[in-house]
Design a protein around this ligand. Sequence first.
Ligand SMILES: *[C@@H]1O[C@H](CO)[C@@H](O)[C@H](O)[C@H]1NC(C)=O
Ligand SMILES: *[C@@H]1O[C@H](CO)[C@@H](O)[C@H](O)[C@H]1NC(C)=O
Ligand SMILES: *[C@@H]1O[C@H](CO)[C@@H](O)[C@H](O)[C@H]1NC(C)=O
Length: 472
Amino acid sequence: MLSPRWTIMATICAIQMFLQVESLYEADKIASLPGQPQVSFQQFAGYVTIDEKQQRALFYYFVEAETDPASKPLVLWLNGGPGCSSVGAGAFCEHGPFKPSRNVLLKNEYSWNKGANMLYLESPAGVGFSYSANKSFYASVNDDMTARDNLVFLERWFIKFPEYKNRDFFITGESYAGHYVPQLAHLIIQSNAQLNLKGIAIGNPLLEFNTDFNAKAEYLWSHGLISDSTYDLFTSVCNYSQIRRQFQTGTLTPVCSRVIHQESAEVSKFIDSYDVTLDVCLASVLLQSQVLNQMKYTENIDVCVEDETTRYLNREDVQKALHAQLVGVTGWSICSDVLHYDYQNLEEPTINILGLLVKSGLRVLVYSGDQDSVIPLTGTRALVNGLAKEMGLNTTVPYSVWFEGTQVAGWTQVYTDRLSYATIRGASHEAPFSQPERSLVLFNAFVGGKPLPRPQPNGETKIRKSNGHNLK
Ligand SMILES: *[C@@H]1O[C@H](CO)[C@@H](O)[C@H](O)[C@H]1NC(C)=O
Ligand SMILES: *[C@@H]1O[C@H](CO)[C@@H](O)[C@H](O)[C@H]1NC(C)=O
Ligand SMILES: *[C@@H]1O[C@H](CO)[C@@H](O)[C@H](O)[C@H]1NC(C)=O
């Protein structure tokens, strides 16, 4: 038992810590972002120092849940690239509370802070507002360094926000975050960090180099973007994983060069390979996958004239409101111009790490925007299915539709309560960007540990059945 004296000492200590800590996060509180509508939830932004000596610090933007934040989980979101910004892409283009439009911020009706407290981290240093004052850090950054820094970030962030320390915690992300997310989760488990990590969710993730990249040819062919003869070349002469590998090392052979040029000519430069059916100009949100997709192309991709997010985050008043600074760069950009990431890391599979996470009791959701040809659903689905087989996980919900409102929002297969796969119908590589409502339903089900909505037994949805005669 504690003696009264110790109890008093401990109380004083706790009060001191509380005061200190409170001032820590109060300093990061955002009074208001320029142009934002009035909201009732709190926002914070600022830096967490990772390395004092080298002056390396990571920038975060934290949005409390719209209602009752104390009862909602904490979710970390990471965009991919490697080298792209979770604040610029994730928060301001995908599922944050606001979307920039001209000089103002519009409320996003399907923001993920309806279901959780959302923490957006620009990582590694060199991305967005995150920096290393010693620039030699940028010369070669790899997955291990990213995971280590992200863990240090979390440990120190929880010192700033101690009331979140024991909260149910999820790590989410997309694209190259198919590396960042499982690697960070695995490091948390290995390092015995006292966090209440419950699960991870990753969208259109890079999980296994050959399977993911080689799924592209069939995807393009089956969607009518390339001809039979070009598809034949991919299966018999030179495939995407070879092209990608050669491209990275600057050794594209004439044979493979011919194949990729034929593909480019057929697909044309007027198609967005991150969403093969959507008529959009390429917003900055798509740049993260340009890094992943850089074996293209004949010309620079036509970026939207108005890049709202980049303009917004480069405003001085916005940077001031966010407590952000530019260190060693002249402007904020959606994907880093200074970082040299070790591209060998792309070939490191992470599907096996998902297996380890499932084994250690975490909930793992893998999802695919089904209009993406960069990391197509077919490769991802095969990888998850293969993992379930290998681990002997039985299917508890067979491949079937899930609903949002009265429409099919995608397909899902569940393997025990710990591993599941879902597609989001009509969604791009950045699913919440093109299908915000369906993405929010999937997200809420995931963090809430609930099954996805199923069709009503009596068929609320009226389906116009073909009578077999009409072709219209
Ligand atoms: C900067 O970083 C590099 C490598 O990360 C290190 O070797 C060097 O000593 C650092 N420079 C200073 C001034 O600390
Ligand atoms: C395609 O890629 C796989 C994986 O890298 C490789 O093993 C295979 O030989 C390649 N096939 C063709 C036809 O190039
Ligand atoms: C999966 O199903 C098989 C056959 O129904 C059963 O024998 C096995 O124990 C199940 N495995 C798990 C992990 O539940």
